[in-house]
Design a protein around this ligand. Structure first.
Ligand code: ADP
Ligand code: MG
Length: 253
């Protein structure tokens, strides 16, 4: 898709868990080539938004469209194959496997229908192709030289980067990052920001949930602010910083 064209559209999304509306009438748009931040206090509904965009936990009502297609009720595998990849709030790596093997995991859902079936029946040439792609993505994020080390031996900052590499194996149009800088040291955060900027410049559109305000404000083009399941505000970093409702609800000033 051309830079600046609408890529993802969320319209009046609601996600209800029993009596709780974890996401309540949220609408926003994401344009090709931008980095959009999704921020808000704990429990605001940010991860739930990710889950309804990725088919993990579909919306109760409302509509999600991606590349002009209605994906509201599509399965996680279908959405992944259409070009949306994600990382999780908590590191989802297999510590006993190598970086290369962990990265390859990101390709199974796209290469084949079901993760289990593919793990059992991946053809040898498919495996070689996936291995090649995984190595390419490890090199892209700067972890190529550690491809055969165990993921569990990496410092947290590099584990987060490894998760990005795994998400990139599927060649996503849109990358969703759920708190990728959580627990990282200052230098690790700087390296992550540099990587995300580079990926954006290479054409990957990014939606990021992140609590580190300095990091978010310096990285994103626009922000959507959530509170108690609702969209509280939207705008560029300066607009959001100056928004009275945001300052009260979130920034606490
Ligand atoms: P955030 O990521 O902004 O911290 P979440 O999206 O994780 O917030 O959670 C929003 C609200 O929805 C919270 O009150 C949380 O307890 C609730 N919630 C999230 N997932 C579920 C679930 N699977 N079942 C019931 N309640 C949930
Ligand atoms: Mg969350």
């Amino acid at each position: 898709p051309e830079p600046g064209t609408p890529l993802l559209r969320v319209e009046h999304a609601v996600k209800q868990f029993g009596g709780l509306k974890a996401v309540n009438d949220v609408s926003f748009e994401l344009r090709t080539g931008e980095i959009l931040g999704l921020i808000g206090p704990n429990g605001a509904g940010k991860s739930t938004v990710f889950n309804l965009l990725t088919g993990v936990n579909p919306a109760t009502s409302g509509r999600v469209s991606f590349l002009e297609q209605d994906i509201t009720r599509r399965s996680a595998g279908q959405i992944h194959r259409l070009g949306i990849s994600r990382t999780f709030q908590h590191v989802h790596l297999l510590p006993e496997l190598t970086l290369l093997e962990n990265t390859m995991m990101g390709g199974y859902a796209r290469a084949r229908a079901g993760v289990l079936r593919s793990m059992l029946h991946l053809e040898r040439d498919e495996e070689a192709a996936l291995q090649h792609e995984a190595l390419k993505q490890l090199q892209r994020v700067g972890l190529g030289e550690q491809a055969f080390e165990l993921a569990g031996n990496l410092p947290l900052g590099q584990q987060r980067v490894l998760e990005v590499a795994r998400a990139l194996v599927a060649d996503p149009v849109l990358l969703l990052l759920d708190e990728p800088a959580a627990g990282l040291r200052y230098g690790e955060k700087a390296a992550l920001v540099e990587l995300l900027r580079r990926l954006r410049d290479e054409g990957v559109t990014i939606l990021i949930v992140e609590h580190d305000m300095d990091l978010v404000m310096s990285l994103v083009d626009r922000l959507v602010v959530m509170n108690y399941g609702e969209k509280l505000a939207e705008g560029d970093p300066a607009e959001v910083r100056g928004n009275a409702a945001v300052r009260e609800a979130y920034l606490g000033v």
